[in-house]
Design a protein around this ligand. Structure first.
Ligand code: N2P
Length: 388
């Protein structure tokens, strides 16, 4: 299936989400995509692109989330600059940080989510960016720059964003799913025993339990956290696994009927992913009525990056609008690159304007994960749940 067709399908599956959020009207509050600046020319980089090729390393080490890049992006970078990108993957912020924290990981670029940027800045694991090398920064949406975790984008630039909710198989749930009770109410669990997963994530999974309880996913109130912990422990015997790595594939194959998932995983499950696996059109995705997570993952350069100049060149390449558009279309997440949006197919742009890109209404039901001195409580909670 070609890129355009697949992209349309990827985004079309988000329609049920819009309906579930009562947000299907076309005159819903606008978002930045409604008034996106005119795209820069999608032509290839000009001959004099300001990159000093004599300073480029022959290899760049990129540590990113799994199923989170169009492999062609890396090939195009290599063709243009002669730099080979060595690519490794992870599935949780905490795993990535643990590896980097040990020092000399060898990686140049990693991709922490919002709250994890805070952690990495506080621990001095990342270096300030040289903005003079990031000439494509102006292509990014103002709505996704200067967010709380890095108010001046001193250390990070946005890569992709998405939502966390529930992916499910419509053949098994013909009436749809609209509540976290599908995954937490004991009355619902025996029918899906061994056929569902929760994300393997110390913030997302307690966060889902907290949403079911009607709470903020950032609460650290001990009694409330205890309730969330009890819910997760009660759920555990019914669970197939905590899974952030191949929930997309297991939904697609029918092994899972329902799962706690990131929006792009759900879209990949529905539409397949490049040559990796084929999709199952019965998969839908919903932000439950109790709410879900909005998050954004960001490109940062490690303090001990061996190839920091080349890392800047690669980050600037990823922010080039046509590259960002191609990549977002492939992985099924949302691009924070405003100039990339007009390069997406019209159908996708319409869906963005209609509310797929978080607008004011949807944002009321979504929460960012934040980090504070108290949120270490989630590590304890998660350890207790996993150890059960
Ligand atoms: C893709 C990971 C999405 C990143 N496998 C969630 N922050």
């Amino acid at each position: 299936m070609n890129w355009t067709r697949r992209t349309i399908l990827l985004f079309a599956m988000l329609l049920p989400l819009l309906v579930a959020c009562g947000n299907s009207s076309t005159d819903s509050p606008g978002n930045e995509y409604g008034s996106a600046p005119v795209a820069e020319s999608p032509a290839a980089a000009p001959a004099s692109d300001g990159v000093d090729r004599t300073k480029l390393a022959s290899e760049l080490y990129f540590y990113n989330w799994s199923d989170y890049i169009d492999p062609e992006t890396l090939e195009l970078f290599e063709q243009e600059y002669g730099v080979r990108v060595i690519y490794d993957t992870y599935d949780a912020n905490e795993d990535m940080i643990a590896k980097v924290r040990a020092g000399n990981s060898g990686y140049d670029i990693v991709v922490p989510s919002d709250y994890a940027v805070q952690t990495m800045v506080d621990e001095e694991l990342v270096q300030p960016l040289d903005k003079s090398l990031l000439t494509n920064l102006g292509a990014m949406s103002q709505n996704y720059l200067g967010i709380y975790f890095d108010p001046e984008n001193r250390y990070s630039v946005p890569y992709l964003l998405g939502l966390t909710g529930i992916a499910y198989n419509r053949e098994f749930f013909p009436n749809g799913v609209d509540s976290w009770s599908a995954l937490f109410d004991p009355a619902n669990l025996s029918a899906i025993q061994g056929k569902f997963s929760m994300l393997e994530d110390e913030r997302e999974t307690p966060g889902a339990a907290l949403k079911f309880l009607g709470q903020s996913l950032n609460t650290t109130d001990p009694a409330t956290l205890r309730q969330a912990q009890d819910l997760l422990i009660a759920q555990k015997p019914f669970l197939s696994a905590y899974n952030s790595s191949d929930v997309n594939r297991k939904l697609a194959s029918g092994e899972y009927l329902i799962a706690h998932a990131w929006s792009g995983q759900a879209m990949q499950a529905r539409n397949g992913l490049g040559d990796e696996f084929s999709g199952n059109p019965a998969i839908d995705f919903v932000i439950p009525k109790e709410g879900g997570t909005i998050w954004m993952d960001n490109l940062v350069i490690l303090n001990d990056s061996p190839n920091a100049y080349t890392a800047h060149v690669f980050i600037n390449f990823l922010m080039r609008p046509e590259i960002a558009a191609r990549n977002a279309g492939y992985v099924g997440y949302i691009t924070p690159n405003a100039a990339a949006v007009p390069l997406l197919p019209q159908e996708v742009q319409d869906l963005y304007a209609a509310g797929f890109a978080p607008n004011e209404e949807l944002l009321k039901r979504l929460e960012w994960i934040e980090r504070s001195a108290e949120t270490v409580a989630f590590t304890d909670l998660w350890t207790a749940v996993k150890g059960e």
